[in-house]
Design a binder for this molecule. Structure first.
Ligand code: ZN
Ligand code: ZN
Length: 141
């Protein structure tokens, strides 16, 4: 994902308004590898900017997604997760205990749909999710 300054000019070049609230979300997402939920972004943004609304956070995430600057993922943790790592193709490790999500920058070279199951289907994107328990959740069991 681009820096806050780059996103500000990108948004403006698309005729989108850039407010201090939106810039706070840019900052919170930049380099953030925790795959935050929209709600947790809202909580963190509100701590530094009490006037921000949940709707603004949703709208900003939606605009970032439309511009290809974040991906919004449903990893089966109950809420969608915002992933600003759109540069490096990766998969995910998902903890079923605490919902923690980690990037897995591994290529699965042999992973493809066998011809007999394809039936005309064209694959554009592959996402592999490994579910299990993170180190902390494994310890506390
Ligand atoms: Zn965990
Ligand atoms: Zn990710």
């Amino acid at each position: 994902m681009k820096t806050g300054a780059e996103l500000t000019s990108l948004f403006r070049s698309h005729g989108l308004r850039v407010t201090p609230q939106r810039q706070a979300i840019f900052r919170l997402l930049h380099g953030n590898d925790t795959h935050p939920t929209v709600e947790s972004l809202y909580d963190r943004a509100r701590a530094e900017m009490p006037t921000i609304s949940l709707k603004t956070v949703y709208q900003t995430v939606h605009d970032l997604e439309a511009l290809g600057e974040v991906r919004v993922l449903d990893l089966g943790t109950g809420s969608v997760r915002v992933d600003p790592n759109v540069e490096d193709e990766h998969h995910h490790l998902v903890c079923v205990g605490c919902g923690r999500v980690r990037d897995l920058p591994v290529e699965f070279a042999g992973l493809r749909v066998p011809h007999k199951h394809r039936r005309g289907f064209t694959v554009d994107d592959v996402q592999v999710i490994f579910r299990g328990r993170c180190e902390e959740c494994s310890k506390s069991r």
